[in-house]
Each structure stands twice: as C-alpha cells, then as structure tokens.
Design a protein around this ligand. Structure first.
Ligand SMILES: Nc1nc2c(c(=O)[nH]1)N[C@H]1C(S)=C(S)[C@@H](COP(=O)(O)OP(=O)(O)OC[C@H]3O[C@@H](n4cnc5c(=O)[nH]c(N)nc54)[C@H](O)[C@@H]3O)O[C@H]1N2
Ligand SMILES: Nc1nc2c(c(=O)[nH]1)N[C@H]1C(S)=C(S)[C@@H](COP(=O)(O)OP(=O)(O)OC[C@H]3O[C@@H](n4cnc5c(=O)[nH]c(N)nc54)[C@H](O)[C@@H]3O)O[C@H]1N2
Ligand code: SF4
Ligand SMILES: [Mo]
Length: 694
C-alpha cells in the first residue's frame, strides 16, 4: 500500500514543507511539497538524506543512563519509566537545594519551544536559552534598534529583487530551499548579485560581482557605500524624510569614510565601491542588502549589521516589492494564531537570568533567546548564582559554543546533564542521561505559525511509527514535569491532543492540514503602504538610525570605525561556515551525507602555504591558545591570504557515532569564547591560529 503525507523537513531548522511517499510502511521518497510556491518539488541534499536518518541504526534507540565517568562512554539501557524517574529525582534534588533557577535549558529554537519555556516557567527558572544568539543575536538586536522588529519578524522578497548584495551570506551552500529557488528565478529574470567574502564560495561563482574582502572589514566597506549614497544624494528622499530618524547625524558621521579610505582597509578598489553605490541606487527600492543569516563574527557585529540595514533604509527597500518586508501575522486577516502553552499563568520568578540579559550588565540582547555562550562563565563563576543542572534539547553546547575545553570544564561542575537528542551527539555522550526523541518522520509536532506576506500555519505530521523506543520532545518534557509536580501545565496526553488544543479558536481543524500540510488565513500578499502605512515598532514609529534602544542603554548609534587588525606574521584569522551537505553539528554521522563528505579540510592561501612548505592534501597541525587539531590542507588561491577556513561540525568525540567519530577538526575547540557585548552574538572570527606541516 502506498500513501502520501505532507509534513515538514527537519534535517535543518528551516523546516521546508515536504511530501513523503510511504510504501508498505517504508519511507521511499521525499520531495518538496508541490503545493507550496517556491518549493517546486525540490529539496537540498540534507533533506534528501532524511531517509538515511530514519533508517540509521546508530541513532539513540532507547533511554540511556551513564555508568562510570562523565564522557567515559559507558552506558546502560533504561526503560522510559526508569529514566524519567531518575531525571525527575535528580532534578527535584537540585531544585530543592538551589532553587528552580539553578536549572538551565538550552535548545535550538523549534516547534516545541513553547513547551520547554513552559517547563522552566513552571519551576521558576528564567534560564531558557536558544541557539539564536550563537547564530545571529547581533542581527536580532541590530534590527530591533532600527525597526523595533527582530530579524525573524522580517524577510525578503527575493523573487522580485533587481539587485542583491550578500556579505558572506553563502546562499547557495548555506541553504533554505525556497530562498534558493526564488533567488534563482530573480537571477534568471536579470537580477544582479554582488557577493562579498574572503573566500570564493559556490555563491561567489554565481554572482556578477565578487569582492575578496579583507576579513572582518565589511563595516568599513558599508560606511563608504553610505558615504557615496549620501554624498551623491542617491537615496530615496521622500522615503527617508517620512521614515528615518537621524539622517543628519549619519551624514556628519560618514563624512570622513570615503571610498579611498575604505580601499585601504578592505582591499576593494574605491572606484568599484562608487560603481556599486551608483548602480544599485538605480534599481531602488527593489534591492536587498542581505542582513545575513549567521551574524556572529566579530565583537562589533551589531554595527556591521546595522550598517547593512541602514543601506536598505536609504534606498527605501522596507516594504517594497523585491525588497525587505515585515512578516504579517494572522491579525492582519482578522485571524488568531495557534495557542501556546506559555499563555498559562505562572509563578513569578524574581531573579535575573544566568546570562544577565535584561540587566544593566547586558541590557540589549533579546531575552526571548538569551545568550547561550555565557553559560560556562555563569557556571564557573557562580555568578549571578550557582547553576547546577542543564537540559540540552536539540542543542550541543560542546560543539556550538566556542572553546570546547572551557565549556567541558564548566559542565564538570553540574550535578545533572540531560540530553534530549536523536543522535549520539557530543553533548549526549557527555551527559548523565540521554532521552531519545523520535525523528521528524516519526512524530507529530506542535503547530508552526508561519507569518509572512501571507500568514499561514503548517503541521509536521507523523509519517511512520517510531522504529525504536523513542518519544516526542513535548511528551518527554511533560513526563519529566509530572515527576517533579508540574504536570498540570501540560494539558495533553498525546501530540494529537496538543495540536487540537493549539488550534482552538483559530477556526481551523486538525483535518484541514491533511490535504496540503498547511492552512492559509487569507489569499493575498500583504505589503503595507510605503508612503504612510508601515508600522515600525520603535518608540518613534520610524527607522531609528539614531537609536533610542542603543542610546538609552548608554551605547553609541555611530561609533568610530576601529581598524581590523591583520594576523601577526605566520598566523591566520580562522573562519567557519557551511556547505550544502551538512547541518551544523547534526548530520556528520548520516550514512548518505558522511559518504559524500566525511571530514573537513583547512582552506589556506597558496602563496602563504608555499612559504610554510605546505602542499595541497598535506596533513597540517592547526592550533590556537585554546586547542589544537590535525587536518588536511586545501591549498588554493580562492581564499584571502589573511584567512583560513574550515567547515563547522566535524571532529566529533562520541564514539557510538562511528562514521563521524574523530573525523576532521572541531572549529569550536580552537576558537575563543568572546562576544559582541552589545548585540549578543559570539565573535566566531576573532581567533588567530598557527598552521604547521606535521
Ligand atoms: N564554532 C562555531 N560555533 C557555532 C557555529 C559555527 O559555525 N562555528 N554556528 C552557529 C550557528 S549559526 C548555529 S545556528 C548554532 C547551531 O547550534 P546547534 O543548534 O547546537 O546545532 P545543530 O547541529 O543544529 O543541532 C544540535 C543537535 O540537535 C540534534 N537534533 C537534530 N534533530 C533533532 C530532533 O529532531 N530532535 C532532537 N531532540 N534533537 C535533534 C542533533 O543531533 C544535534 O546534536 O551553532 C552556532 N555555533
Ligand atoms: N547546508 C546548510 N545550510 C544551512 C545551515 C547548515 O548547517 N547547512 N545552517 C543554517 C543556519 S542556522 C545558518 S546561520 C545559515 C548560515 O548561512 P551563511 O551565513 O550564509 O553561511 P556560513 O556558511 O555560516 O558562512 C559564512 C561565510 O562567511 C565568510 N566570511 C568569513 N569572514 C568573512 C568576512 O570578514 N566578511 C565576509 N563578507 N564574509 C566572511 C566565510 O568564508 C563563509 O563563506 O545557514 C543556514 N543554512
Ligand atoms: S533546507 Fe534542506 S535540510 Fe533544511 S529543511 Fe529544507 S530541505 Fe530540509
Ligand atoms: Mo545559524
């Protein structure tokens, strides 16, 4: 018997809508949901490898309780009752002794995030954090400082853009399928792409203009672009007049940042900067200066991300066709969003967060996400109070927070580490208990509220029953909750119950999702009127170049540019990123993907390599003051001489994941744990490394 199920991919967090074909109980085929514009039946390589995840026999197959030393790799199988009782008992002990706030839950934002937040609120812990700060916290803060919306509340109309500028936004390798398809359509219709990166990526090869920028100097480039646009009055006068606060301050500030000045800092010719400014303003407002997906590079990241959005604002691209738009929610169509468990009443908390977000020490990062990389500091310094238990839910602090040795040292201090994962991740390997979740093809999940030009809801629905003794995350947390006396906050017995509860009052039913996997609140695309109808959420109701968010917290709107240091002789600035074949730290053990890409290599400039006596394919030692690794060199002229690059997510330590164990190098083990202390992102590209032949 054959059936078709419409659901959502989860080989990465993009959650592309997919169609899955099941024959005789086996998943045979996955493709992009043909009912969803922009998917067009397509998938990325990771999405196609979802079948290999389902049938991977190296997943975590039942609850596991550690025996012996933490990280020693000795486990015993446990029943769910035993594992849940064990976790409940330990958690209760920690909460009774140190208070609910000594428990931290870190997760990759996902559909059941409202369930985890509920769990923490119920135990009076403010300490929920997501991956967001580690990925793009400074983009989030930059957007709030200008528009009053987070980056996640905004998006881009790729399909209709006429020019797009990408700052290391490697869109054709760091993939979201709809974005790729829509941008390809735009390019086929004559749109122009400018790509800026110290490394020639696949996206660089598809662009009309590529600039091999000196690493870390994008802000200087943008100040020069802004300089030209203001000097030559290329900006959209009427739009800026209506919507912008602080133009004259900006004008005065960028006066000294000429293209000739920027050429010296960035290595990009002044006349090229002039040409881009002129050319792109002719296509305004149908232009996108992309604010970046991963905005976690340097300690001044918030200002770099602000500079990108200032360029968009000057050319009037907010709420323009082919520009940026603010995502519209169901309220725009008179509808109601899906319910969340966090709408319940909770006891008040009364202590600050472990990362001090929201206090004068760290006022601006988004408290809805927190700043995860502060966890090792909070644990080791017992500041603001002792943290004693960690629940890692679809998140791996050992590979995703920089300076793995330092993070490990901190985690040693904890009384309890519980991991909810599908794989033997490094954090699972380092935990006390692993509670295995069913994979996305095996579970129904919470409703996805998908705001956009057209507000919609999507549903991840179970395609096949779990192959092993695994459960859904929202059920696991409820069952732990029942053991510590907070069960009443989880008013459901199954995921089907929870979905029905979420849909109450929306006017839609569970059955409405069967035909296409989604429901829509209306049929038209909603753009607000650019002349007078844009609802910015800043205190002024305008785009704040001169930002009240920053200035009220004691920070400048326009800080002077500080030159980016070149690495000392013999060293390189280490940078990191993705390719199309892997998701962060998750997929390296996937049988299909591992077969095509099983280890990372170190990109190094050919001239620099020659001086060091390194040939293509040689094994090299790469080290920083934090860690060391041995990796294969990829010697090429496709990378700037100051930079070396490695893919993120390799060098796994979990031995049970045999295909990825000890393959390649973990970038996080080399990088230092420093942050943009205004915006909230870690500064992933602030580490210099030495490279030596072995
Ligand atoms: N050094 C360095 N650090 C980085 C980055 C970098 O490039 N270099 N990138 C940063 C960025 S941009 C991001 S977004 C973060 C990402 O950081 P993470 O969120 O930690 O990384 P992921 O690989 O997305 O997922 C982590 C875990 O989720 C598990 N998982 C996958 N699917 C499921 C599921 O269905 N259920 C459950 N319970 N678990 C599942 C995986 O097995 C994996 O262990 O890392 C950031 N940190
Ligand atoms: N296949 C795949 N796709 C993904 C993901 C995945 O794990 N795998 N993850 C998703 C997530 S969570 C994220 S955050 C995005 C990340 O998406 P992106 O931000 O587009 O991609 P990264 O691969 O992190 O790439 C960073 C790029 O920045 C370049 N770079 C380094 N230094 C500089 C510099 O100083 N200036 C400039 N302009 N560029 C520089 C690097 O060479 C690299 O090519 O991808 C998303 N899509
Ligand atoms: S981008 Fe690829 S892996 Fe991510 S959800 Fe879409 S198809 Fe799945
Ligand atoms: Mo990310």
């Amino acid at each position: 018997m054959e059936k078709e199920v419409f659901t959502l991919c989860f080989m990465c967090s993009v959650r592309c809508p997919i169609k899955v074909i099941v024959k005789d109980g086996q998943v045979k085929w996955i493709e992009g949901n043909p009912h969803v514009p922009g998917m067009d039946g397509s998938l990325c390589p990771r999405g196609a490898a979802g079948i290999a995840l389902l049938y991977d026999n190296e997943r975590v197959k039942s609850p596991m309780i550690r025996v012996g030393e933490r990280g020693g790799g000795h486990w015993r199988k446990a029943s769910w009752d035993e594992a849940l009782d064990y976790v409940g008992g330990k958690l209760k002990g920690v909460i009774d002794k140190y208070g609910g706030h000594s428990v931290v839950l870190g997760e990759r934002t996902q559909l059941a995030t409202h369930v985890s937040k509920t769990f923490l609120k119920a135990i009076k812990s403010p300490n929920h954090f997501t991956h967001d700060a580690l990925c793009k916290g400074s983009v989030n803060t930059a957007c709030r400082s200008l528009f009053g919306y987070t980056d996640a509340q905004m998006s881009m109309d790729y399909k209709n853009c006429k020019q797009i500028v990408l700052y290391g936004r490697n869109i054709f390798e760091a993939i979201a399928v709809k974005e790729v398809n829509n941008l390809m359509d735009a390019l086929e219709n004559g749109a122009k792409m400018t790509y800026i990166d110290p490394r020639v990526t696949k996206t660089a090869t598809k662009s009309q203009r590529y600039w091999m920028i000196r690493p870390g100097t994008d802000l200087a480039l943008n100040y020069a672009l802004i300089h030209v646009i203001l000097r030559d009055r290329f900006y959209d006068d009427a739009y800026v007049d209506r919507w912008v606060v602080g133009l004259s301050e900006l004008q005065e500030f960028v006066g000294e940042y000429t293209p000739e000045w920027a050429e010296k800092e960035t290595g990009i010719a002044a006349h090229e900067i002039e040409t881009l400014a002129q050319e792109i303003s002719q296509d305004a407002p149908h232009v996108i200066f992309h604010f970046g997906y991963r905005g976690a590079n340097h300690t001044n990241e918030i200002y770099m991300r602000r500079s990108i959005m200032i360029l968009n604002a000057l050319l009037g691209s907010m709420e323009a066709k082919g520009g940026f738009f603010i995502k519209k929610g169901p309220g725009e169509e008179g509808g109601k969003p899906a319910r969340k468990l966090t709408e319940q009443k909770f006891p008040s908390i009364g202590v600050p967060r472990f990362d001090k977000v929201g206090t004068p020490d760290f006022p601006l990062p988004d408290p809805a996400h927190g700043v995860g990389q502060m966890l090792p500091f909070a644990i080791l310094n017992k500041d603001p109070y002792p943290v004693k238990a960690l629940i890692a839910y679809r998140f791996d602090p050992l590979m995703s927070i920089n300076d793995t040795n330092f993070t490990k040292k901190a985690l040693k201090e904890l009384d309890l580490i519980v991991t909810i994962d599908i794989n033997y991740s490094d954090i699972a390997w380092y935990s006390d208990v692993i509670l295995p979740e069913s994979t996305y093809l095996e579970r129904t999940d919470c409703v996805q509220q998908a705001n956009g030009l057209k507000p919609q809801m999507f549903l991840r629905q179970q395609v096949v029953p779990p192959r092993y003794d695994t459960r859904e995350g929202a059920i696991i947390l409820k069952q732990v909750g029942e053991r510590i006396g907070i069960g009443d906050y989880f008013p459901y017995e199954s995921m089907e119950d929870l979905v029905k509860w979420q849909l109450e009052g929306t006017g839609f039913t569970r059955e409405d999702f069967n035909a296409k996997g989604s429901v829509a609140y209306g049929s038209k695309k909603i753009f607000w009127d650019r002349a007078d109808g844009i609802k910015f959420k800043t205190p002024s109701g305008k785009i704040e170049f001169k930002s009240s968010l920053l200035e009220d917290a004691g920070f400048e709107s326009f800080p002077e540019y500080e030159p980016m240091p070149s690495p000392p002789e013999g060293q390189f600035r280490l940078s990191t990123g993705r390719n199309a074949l892997h998701t962060h730290v998750s997929t390296q053990n996937n049988p299909y993907l591992n077969e095509i890409c099983s280890e990372n290599v170190l990109w190094i400039n050919d001239k620099k390599a020659a001086v060091l006596g390194i040939k293509n394919g040689d094994m090299v030692e790469v080290f920083s003051e934090h860690g060391t690794g041995v990796i294969k060199a990829y010697v090429t002229n496709l990378i700037h001489p100051e930079s070396v690059f490695m893919l993120h997510g390799f060098g796994h330590e979990a031995e049970s994941a045999t295909r990825s164990y000890n393959k390649g190098v973990n970038d996080a083990a080399l990088m230092k744990n420093v942050s943009d202390m205004i915006g909230g992102s870690p500064a992933l590209h602030e580490t210099f490394v030495t490279v030596k032949p072995v």
